[in-house]
Design a protein around this ligand. Sequence first.
Ligand code: HEM
Length: 534
Amino acid sequence: MTLLPRIFTDIKPDNVFNVLMIILCFYIFHFYYKHFTHINPLPGPISIPLIGIFRVNIDFNDQINKLNKIYGHNGIFEFYIAGRRQIVITKAEYAKKFWLHLQKIARFTGRGFQKGLTFNINFNNWKFNRQIYIQSIEKISNSNETIKLLIELFEELSNYWIDINQNNYNSGIIDLTAWTKRFLNDLMFSLSTGKRSFAINYYYRKLKNEKITKNIMDSEHYIECLTYFLLIFELHLFQKFLRRLPLIRYHVDKFIDICNFLFERLLEVVRERREEIEKISNSNNFDMKQLKDNLLTSFIIANTPYESHPQKSVDSSLVKALNNDEISSILFDILSGSTDSVTSAFSFVLYDIAHHPDVKKKLVDEINSVFRDDLSRQITLDDLEKLKYCEAIILETLRIRSPTTNIARYNKEPDEVVGYKWPSNTSFVLHVRGINNNPLYWEDPDKFMPERFFKPQKTDKLYGFLSTSFGAGLRNCPGRKIAIIEIKLLLALIYRRFDIELVDMKAPLEIFPTVMAICKKLEARIIPNNQFKF
Ligand code: HEM
């Protein structure tokens, strides 16, 4: 009998505790041995085995900001999370290398999601999908139809607000974050699938204790799942064996169930639309104009005879129509990428405006000057172009309190970064907030100064890598343009019609501690503007 099995057969029940303690001591010794002898030691906090950094404060993003202040002076530091070493980069010149490459961390997601963009690590497939995506999203970003739809939805929203205000439901208090999230999801669901969802209607009915049908309930359930997906996405940073521990496993299983639910629902919408398109195209008097203009239709007809401008792909073998799984995955990327991110950005903008009365005055003056003739008239894309100060406010909020706090990347092959040689599969964290607020690039970085975006644009090679809330380089956010349009339009619509007073001006922003800074709530009262003709 060899030694190891003998040791185990000799263990008596009352020795089990001692054996466990010995194993634990070995693990701790091994952990710290590796910790203090790993290659390229960098400044950073001492780690706790299994856990990594001690989370004094459960806000993960806030903690990285604090670590950056202590250890990030040279633009690079390290910390451990859940047993995995993370190299944090806080200088744009170092991060640029990663922005210009495609590697991303995609350790686990739910069924099918790797076939879209966000979690896709197959270069050719990603590039092909991205081309189709960019073409389609460009079309809706530059369309007055999108503006019309947003304004229609805002009409519904503001009627609910006025009703709440007049009837003093919930003491007239409106949670702007909760409403915006539902508003944006209704908007993006409609823009991308051509179908309505009823999340703002759900929220209104819930406040008034009115009957809620299954259709309406489904819209709300979808939003809850999207937010949960982001809230526990941090689990993908954990080692595989940690994800199997009972409490963590419960969340991992729930995460997978949610992914499956979201995917199935989208798949159903795609199948339905494909059948509709086939039916229309088989009819005798088929006319292209009968195909409704929405993202889903563009994805279904891409690279089919019904498409007027065929794709140019890197690899000719990839010029093919997208299948249902690929389209559902892309739709998921749109909905998950556009709901909580834009909601949080918009909530942060409202918070900053409320805390800077001089900024608010300039914003309202600009809105009044653009709509001087009639505050109640329709808004067009041209009007939005003229709202330059409004755009500067959005950019400044995104710089100072970006919803994207960190972006994960890894190197597929051994590589040299910041003068160190790293083995493949090293995890890097691009600390977006650290870059956006770095005094090397920004004068008075903590000061809220929208005017800084009016200064002549820098022409140095780093420009475009200094305020990176939307990422940068090859894999930057394709929804950037529509996100800015949505926020700008919402600001114009709100400040033409109402004034907003935060319920508690002294309260700090409430944020969910996760991989993104997700705004929990922003409570306010709305005061109708008498000059607006309702
Ligand atoms: C303020 C709002 C938003 C912020 C802060 C934001 C931020 C980001 C960031 C940081 C990335 C990753 C970039 C990288 O890895 O280098 C990203 C990717 C992405 N975003 Fe956004 N985003 C926003 C709005 C949107 C909207 C409105 C959409 C869709 C309409 C969208 C769709 C996507 C998609 C599909 C990707 C994956 C791109 C790829 O991997 O090729 N995002 N976004």
